[in-house]
Design a protein around this ligand. Sequence first.
Ligand SMILES: [Zn+2]
Length: 185
Amino acid sequence: MSYTKAALARLATESRREIGLSDSVPFDPHLWSKVFGVPFVSLQELAPTTTAVDHFLRDRPERWSAAIVKNGSGHLVVYNNAHAEVRVRSDLAHEVAHLVAEHVLNASWRNDHNCSGASKLQETEATELAGALLVPVSAARMHAVRGGSPDALALKYAVSLEMATWRMRVSGGEIIAQRSRARRA
Ligand SMILES: [Zn+2]
């Protein structure tokens, strides 16, 4: 199954509503975790089992973000808590996106540490859906139409400046704003 961008935007809005979040507040991955019963475990919490930490960090720890791990009949998400808060939120939203989109977690992927075992299509969908979870498409568009700055959007949704800039760019809002300025000129 694959999703259109519009379907992913709707899925993001539905997922936010399911945990009681409107489009005007930051996404809360930990709340999602609680509501859906998918535990999030940081590497720090795993620390007593050094082998587990070594396992996840063996390879370029600064780049390692998070992974979905099979947990009985369900899943859990292991994440690297050493990154900046906005990065952690983004990493967690990415894993939430895979789960919300019900991407098939095949054996090779479960053992992988950077989602690279998932198909390219699934990665693209998860990236788009995570972006829409973090900054709702309609909110990014409205902000851009009104000529808001990426910094203000980043602050409002607790995301990186890079994320806010990307969401505004793909929302189509800047084009709408340019056209309306051109009409007025
Ligand atoms: Zn992924």
